[in-house]
Design a protein around this ligand. Structure first.
Ligand code: ADP
Length: 340
């Protein structure tokens, strides 16, 4: 990993190497993508570069759906969730012959480099384009925070705030009624949202795909908790702990049968993806967006920008894609200790 230039205010570096850069958002949307788009446009202008929006992710490259961006086009979007460029899936982009057509469209438009904002799949598309002669830089944006090489992805902080706020609200009613509440959060393969949401929300139990669970044990923990005088029990489950249907309903049904207490199930669903981005997400999106422009303007490509603590670093696509981001199991143990 290299530490990228930060807070670079040079004005002329980019002009000769690259004049026109395309920016796209792809895959699942996440809050803060708009702040990243805004940063690419504004930083690009500051460097004397043209930033072109590519609509609907890689689909826009395939069909030549581009839009010119002026400074005012990105006014008033920093606070908006979602993405003004939209984000369609385009599975055909995995085929080389389709990408060749896309590259022709990019050349025709005069786009010399691309900033791709999205998750794992987006990164694969950016890697392929880079190998095929279009310089690309990727910005990690997904609420799952499951991308290797960065401590945080754009959108996860907003998502966690929504999860914690929901848990807080549920707890208020749980205390009044002595019920057990099961809260299902997103995360098919990664338990990050459940773990951090549960830890920060003070959940009594957290069930994640990375750790085998035993519902008998969960039931007896809850029963013992009530016996010790707990007023409420909140169980946070990641959707990926059960593959044959709703994870929360599966756990809820079992607990109801085992402990006989009232159990209520809440599936947070897509509300976790929506909403205005948090200050943290806007901040990292602004920094990463600007840094991506700087990278391309200095002929640096084939890299993802990641956060290592507070620093922005560049990491090669191949390194990102050949490693899995592991969950910090120390935090899982901490959540267990604190939930007694
Ligand atoms: P995310 O970026 O959130 O992981 P997806 O996995 O849906 O979302 O990927 C987004 C888009 O990236 C896909 O619709 C497709 O256009 C492109 N893509 C995904 N995988 C590849 C691949 N192996 N090669 C080229 N393009 C890909």
């Amino acid at each position: 990993m290299d530490t990228a230039n930060q807070g670079d205010t040079s004005v002329d570096k980019g002009r000769d190497y690259m004049k026109k850069i395309g920016v796209l958002t792809s895959g699942g949307d996440s809050p803060g993508m708009n702040a990243a788009i805004r940063a690419t446009v504004r930083k690009g202008k500051a460097l004397g570069l043209n930033i072109v929006g590519i609509n609907s992710g890689y689909k826009g490259c395939l069909v030549g759906d581009f839009r010119n961006f002026d400074l005012k086009d990105v006014s008033g979007i920093i606070e908006e969730g979602g993405t003004i460029l939209r984000s369609k899936r385009a599975p055909e982009f995995k085929k080389k012959e389709e990408r060749t057509k896309a590259i022709r469209n990019l050349h025709r438009e005069g786009i010399e480099g691309i900033i791709a904002i999205g998750g794992d799949g987006t990164l694969r598309g950016a890697k392929a384009l880079n190998q095929e002669g279009v310089p690309t830089v990727c910005i990690p944006a997904t609420i799952d925070n499951d991308i290797y090489g960065t401590d945080m992805t754009i959108g996860v902080d907003t998502c966690l705030n929504t999860v914690v706020e929901s848990i807080d609200r549920i707890r208020t009613t749980a205390s009044a009624l002595e019920r057990t509440f099961i809260v299902e959060v997103m995360g098919r393969d990664s338990g990050y949202i459940a773990l951090m949401g549960g830890l920060s929300g003070g959940a009594e139990e957290i069930l994640i795909p990375e750790v085998e669970y035993d519902l008998e044990e969960v039931a007896s923990d809850i029963y013992n908790g009530y016996k010790r005088g707990k007023q409420h029990m909140i169980v946070v489950v990641a959707e990926g702990i059960y593959k044959e249907g709703s994870a929360a309903h599966h756990v809820g049904k079992h607990l109801k049968e085992q402990i006989g207490f009232e159990v209520r199930v809440t599936v947070l669903g897509h509300m976790q993806r929506g909403g205005n981005p948090s200050a943290y997400d806007r901040g990292i999106a602004s920094r990463l967006g600007a840094e991506a422009v700087t990278c391309l303007s200095e002929a640096k490509s084939g890299v993802m920008l990641g956060l290592n603590g507070h620093n922005i670093e560049t990491i090669d696509y191949s390194e990102v894609l050949s490693n899995n981001k592991e969950l910090d199991m120390g935090l899982y143990e901490l959540a267990q200790t604190l939930s007694q």
